[in-house]
Design a protein. Structure first.
Ligand code: DHB
Ligand code: MG
Length: 224
């Protein structure tokens, strides 16, 4: 807990109250996150809206998400792509997927979302083998040690111009420690190094503070 964390929370509450009203479906999705295997891991409301707006700015109609949990970000993404869009979201646990499906139903977007249950790398491999049409936008927000594998799968499932966003790349600042014993930190560092090495990818990263503490996003644009 940082001394300033209370102030970060107050500012987030002010921004959310002012600009990012949540409807009952979003509130329900956020609250039901408590019943998943990873409570409170969902993005903040203003972050969910950032994802939705990035999708819309990119003109995305096909979205792939690694890590569903209760489907909070999935609702934001599904609403962003509109009635003719599609979201594929990959979730390890059937228990979480069932919660997500109920939330997507309540949000009125269940018909445009496929929740695929099982290890995300395996689900993504199946999408690749099936020759799935490229995705325009990818949100990587599942188990962090697998970030490099999820990036590689994303490159097989996107096209030049696609956007890839990766959550939780700061982790209270621990990302700067090359010797971190935390395999989640190593998963972030490895994926950032791969992005940097890949001539097809252009990227930046941003720190965030707020209701989710001190963390951040990487935003990647595929250029080739
Ligand atoms: C963790 C994962 C998340 O996706 C998140 O948003 C917050 C925390 C975690 O692995 O601890
Ligand atoms: Mg996350």
């Amino acid at each position: 807990m940082y001394e300033s964390e209370g102030a970060w929370r107050e500012v987030d509450a002010y921004f959310v109250d002012t600009l990012v009203p949540e409807d009952p479906a979003l509130i329900g999705a956020r609250e039901s996150g408590q019943r998943t295997t990873m409570p409170q891991a969902e993005v903040a409301p203003n972050q969910g809206k950032l994802l939705a707006m990035l999708c819309q700015i990119a003109g995305a109609t096909r979205v792939l998400e690694f890590g569903t949990l209760a489907g909070y970000s999935t609702v934001w993404l599904a609403r962003a792509v509109g009635v003719d869009g599609r979201v594929t979201t990959l979730e390890l646990e059937e228990h979480n997927a069932a919660i997500a499906r109920a939330n997507l139903d309540r949000a009125g977007v269940a018909d445009r979302v496929d929740v695929l249950v099982g290890p995300a790398a395996e689900s993504a491999q199946r999408l690749i083998e099936d020759g799935t049409e490229p995705y325009d936008f990818v949100f990587i927000d599942a188990d962090k040690p697998s970030n490099p594998a999820y990036l590689r799968a994303s490159l097989a499932l996107t096209r030049p111009g696609s956007v890839i966003v990766i959550d939780n790349v700061v982790r209270n600042g621990s990302v700067t420690d090359p010797d971190s014993p935390d395999d989640r930190v190593q998963g972030v560092r490895a994926v950032l190094a791969e992005i940097a090495r890949d001539a097809r990818l252009d990227a930046t990263a941003l720190q965030t503070v707020g209701s989710k503490g001190w963390d951040g996003f990487t935003i990647v644009r595929r250029t080739g």
